[in-house]
Structures are given as C-alpha cells and as structure tokens.
Design a binder for this molecule. Structure first.
Ligand code: C5P
Length: 234
C-alpha cells in the first residue's frame, strides 16, 4: 500500500519543521509546506525537506493572472515539488496555463510533472461567505462547478473537504486524484475544522491522499500518532 498520509508542516520556522519531518518521516508519505513556513523559511526549506528524500506538497494556493501563475508553477517544478495547489476560482485559462507550465518545465528537466491540485471552495467558507462575494450560495454546487472546470482545464487532482469526496467521485473521471484535509481520528478535538472524517472513512469515500496537521504535529508523540493513523488504514 502507498502511504497516503501527507503531514502538514504547519510550524513557524525551518528548524522546527526539519526536526518534525525527521521524527515522523518513517510513518508518512509526504510533507506539506504551506504559507506560514514558506514565507518564514523560503524556498530553502523545500530543498532541505526534499534533500531528506521525502516528497513535498507545496501548498501556496496560487491565484493570479495565467502568465504569473505559470511562472510560479515553473519555479515550483524547479524546486522539485511533487504536488502544488492553485485556486480553481482563478479560472480555466489560469489552470490550463499552470498545468502546461508544470508539464513543460518537468519535461525540460527530465522529471515527472508534479500533480497540480485545484482548490475549490475553502472549508472555512459557508454559503453566506459565498453569497457575500457574489458566488452561487450553494457550497456543493459551487464545488461541483469548479471541480468540473478544473478537470476541463486539464488538472489531474483536486483538494476537497472530506464530506465532498463521495459526491465528487461520482461526477469526476476515476483518474482524478482527490486530496483531503479535515481529517480527525476522534481522539483529538476538531479545532477549526468544521467538516471532518476519520482517515479510514476518507479513504473509503475515495480520497487518494489525506492532509493531516494538528492530529500529528500537535500530538504528544507525533511519530506514534502518525503510526496509529497508518495502522488504522490497514
Ligand atoms: O486541521 P489540520 O491541522 O489537520 O489541518 C491540516 C491542513 O488542513 C492545514 O495545513 C490547512 O491547509 C488545511 N485546513 C483546512 N481548513 C481549515 C483548517 C486547515 O483545510 N479550517
């Protein structure tokens, strides 16, 4: 079995991130570097985590003009990340430019293209928040609309909330990879995650990858927590 656990390195500096990564590496499949760590520690943290041999998911959620996003994606491919994110609300042209840039840059470097993942509706947004910015207020409809647009634009993966996995699996081509945060084992509190599933439930619903932050990094023993989650998937 491929290890589907992506551990979020949601910590404030490189030293803490590298220590955590070394500690939990045996039990996880990849590491996610998000905005806090990237802004604090820069691209060097990506290189240092990659140097340990681990796969890196660069979660910067790009949303800009197509050319700007394409160039940011090319820079991420040169950093040798295996997954990266963009906002599908940036539109079809932006997504096509991003995917093309990922493919072309990877090809020119002779390595596999990273998975460009589309983020649909942030889990922190509800129907009021969507209506406020002039979008379709039904979260489920908006997620479906953006997911279909992403697939049409050539993306091969999406980030979605655990409770959207089953519905998306019904409408999307089988090969689309689904990555989900909002995973809770039941042993810890939900924090600010409003819609959660256990790791096993998420995989059963059709998730390919599980992004897990606090249940691992905030645990008393992060390695033991990750091992327990992995065990629960067997
Ligand atoms: O909640 P947890 O610490 O497991 O978060 C893991 C990842 O989930 C975070 O790195 C963040 O990208 C994402 N997240 C989310 N919605 C929230 C909080 C975090 O999707 N409300």
């Amino acid at each position: 079995m491929r290890n589907p656990i992506i551990a979020a390195l949601d910590v404030p500096n490189a030293e803490t991130a590298l220590k955590l990564a070394a500690q939990i590496a045996p039990a996880v499949g990849a590491f996610k570097i998000g905005k806090e760590l990237f802004v604090a520690a820069g691209p060097d943290i990506v290189r240092r985590v990659r140097d340990t041999g681990a796969a890196v998911f660069l979660d910067l959620k790009f949303h800009d003009s197509p050319n700007t996003v394409a160039r940011a994606v090319a820079a991420a491919v040169r950093l040798d990340v295996q997954m990266l994110t963009l906002h599908t609300s940036g539109g079809g042209e932006m997504m096509r430019a991003a995917e093309k840039s990922a493919q072309d840059t990877a090809k020119s470097l002779g390595r596999p293209a990273p998975l460009v993942l589309g983020v649909t509706v942030l889990t922190s947004m509800n129907s009021n928040a969507l209506a406020e910015i002039g979008c379709e207020a039904n979260v489920g409809h908006q997620v479906e609309r953006l997911a279909n647009l992403a697939v049409k634009a050539g993306l091969r993966g999406l980030v979605c909330s655990p409770l959207e996995i089953a519905d998306l699996r019904e409408i999307l081509p089988e090969e689309i990879q689904l990555v989900t945060p909002g995973i809770r084992t039941g042993a810890e509190k939900a924090d600010d995650q409003k819609r959660t599933l256990t790791p096993r439930e998420a995989v059963a619903a059709g998730a390919d990858w599980l992004v897990i932050g606090r249940p691992i990094y905030a645990a008393e023993n992060p390695l033991a927590a990750a091992e327990k989650i992995l065990e629960s998937l067997k």
